[in-house]
Design a protein around this ligand. Structure first.
Ligand SMILES: Cc1cc2nc3c(=O)[nH]c(=O)nc-3n(C[C@H](O)[C@H](O)[C@H](O)COP(=O)(O)O)c2cc1C
Length: 218
């Protein structure tokens, strides 16, 4: 696919069809992501994919926790500050307002799609060692983006979601993640359900004006 096209297609998908993703494709996109740069080539990332029974069981147990009102306990929330500066806070507030405006009273579509884990047929958990500097989290972000761009280039749709790592112990249990790794992020992979309202392409979370994020000095 043309590179510009890959970038344009990088929108999140909150509902996938039941079509499975082949193991071969999952392996390919993770392998592609290994090309990512990292501080001193530290390559702190690891990727753990779940599909089929492992995913179904992970989902069932996560949903039960959710139904029982168990508070999410993400690894990164305990590792990093939860404070946000005004700039990202404002952007998140704008995103919330845009959702409420576009979907009117159907905002529960978003909660439902998160609860259902987007019906993703494959989930890839991304980790870094628990003992990690901020650099490693930065490197993991690059790795995640490489993985997603490769996935899109290979005809998949992507759903990066912190809601998928609400209960890291369950990710550990079903994906075989060791105790000494932080479950940072997860990415759902699959094929988009184009008829699903929650995937309406007209809902496009705006990016802030370019001049707010860029300055060129000479
Ligand atoms: C690190 C990260 C975590 C995210 N977590 C969630 C999530 O838990 N639930 C969700 O619905 N969307 C989640 N998103 C998707 C963002 O809300 C989405 O990327 C943003 O609103 C811009 O939309 P777009 O990617 O379709 O342009 C996450 C995205 C990233 C990069």
């Amino acid at each position: 696919m043309d590179f510009e096209e890959v970038y344009k297609k990088e929108r999140v998908t909150r509902k996938f069809t039941n079509r499975k993703v082949s193991d071969k494709l999952i392996i390919k996109v993770v392998k592609d992501a290994q090309h990512s740069p990292s501080l001193l080539n530290s390559q702190p990332w690891r990727a753990y994919a779940i599909t089929d029974n492992a995913l179904e069981n992970f989902k069932k147990e996560s949903q039960k926790r959710n139904d029982d009102g168990v508070e999410p306990n993400e690894d990164f929330a305990s590792m990093l500050s939860l404070d946000w500066d005004t700039f990202p806070s404002q952007n998140m507030a704008n995103m919330g307002a845009a959702q409420a405006y576009f979907f009117r009273n159907k905002i529960d579509l978003f909660n439902k799609s998160n609860y259902e884990m987007f019906n993703a047929p494959a989930i890839v958990f991304l980790t870094v060692p628990k003992v990690s500097p901020a650099w490693s989290v930065f490197d993991l972000g690059i790795f995640a983006q490489s993985l997603m761009l490769s996935a899109i280039n290979n005809g998949l749709a992507v759903m990066p979601a912190h809601s998928l790592v609400s209960y890291p112990d369950l990710a550990r249990k079903y994906a075989g993640i060791p105790e000494d790794e932080s479950v940072g992020m997860a990415i759902g992979l699959g094929y988009p359900d184009r008829g699903a309202q929650v995937n309406d392409p007209k809902f496009f979370p705006a990016r802030v004006p370019f001049e707010k994020i860029f300055k060129l000095s000479k």
